[in-house]
Design a protein around this ligand. Structure first.
Ligand code: ZN
Length: 225
């Protein structure tokens, strides 16, 4: 294959993957209406594939996904890209290890974000997935780099693949778009369980050495080898 057809084939695969992953957002009830989105980096190219803006989940197709450069400008697509494209492009520019970004306003996680309170690490699942608390990022509004900068500044100093942007919602990252979707699903699940636990009393923290051991085991040993 020539270089051009190779990148076109990669983009075609990513259009299908990114489109299909949106079904996980609705399956796990992380989104309502058209809020929330998934994007993927095109490996080896300064490009990303993202959901079109304002198109309902039932109407998403591989063809209406939008390809943008890492400044958020449309390179290929019939629709305007998600309004979160600039923030996600900023993350891809600043964090080369990131291959996927997800954004949701999932209810429980966003309830913690509304109070600017990190979700404490009181579940083994929290230690496994997030390596500690799920951190809070700054208040930021669409229109400049401030959302992207807030995500990157918070996640760079954390083992967590998810950040609760204050008064807004969840941004999650991963080496692939699928991993970023998993982080968004687990973030909501941990936020919900810790919330319920709080209603019953004071959750018991997990000691830092235990958190470190759980995180290390889950990240390096767990699963199919
Ligand atoms: Zn949002």
């Amino acid at each position: 294959m020539t270089a051009v057809t190779e990148v076109q084939s990669t983009i075609g695969t990513l259009r299908r993957e990114v489109c299909a992953l949106h079904a996980e957002l609705t399956r796990y009830q992380l989104v309502v209406w058209t809020a929330g989105n998934v994007s993927a980096r095109v490996p080896g190219h300064d490009l990303l594939v993202i959901k079109p803006s304002g198109v309902s989940y039932d109407d998403l197709t591989p063809e209406n996904m939008v390809v943008c450069d890492l400044e958020g400008r449309v390179v290929d697509g019939q629709h305007a890209p998600s309004s979160d494209t600039e923030a996600q492009a900023y993350v891809y520019r600043e964090m080369p290890q990131v291959g996927g970004v997800v954004h949701t306003h999932s209810t429980y996680a966003t309830a913690w974000a509304a109070r600017a309170e990190p979700v404490p690490c009181v579940l083994t699942m929290g230690a496994d997935e997030f390596g500690g608390e799920i951190p809070v990022g700054p208040f930021a509004v669409i229109g400049d780099d401030s959302i992207g900068r807030g995500i990157v500044d918070t996640l760079r100093g954390s083992r967590s693949p998810a950040v609760l942007m204050q008064n807004h919602g969840v941004f999650s990252i991963g080496p692939t778009a699928r991993a970023a979707v998993k982080a968004a699903v687990m973030c909501e699940d941990v936020a919900r369980t810790v919330h319920v636990s709080r209603q019953l009393g004071a959750p018991v923290p997990i000691s830092q050495p235990q958190v470190d051991a759980l995180f290390d085991r889950y990240q390096n040993v767990y699963g199919q080898r």
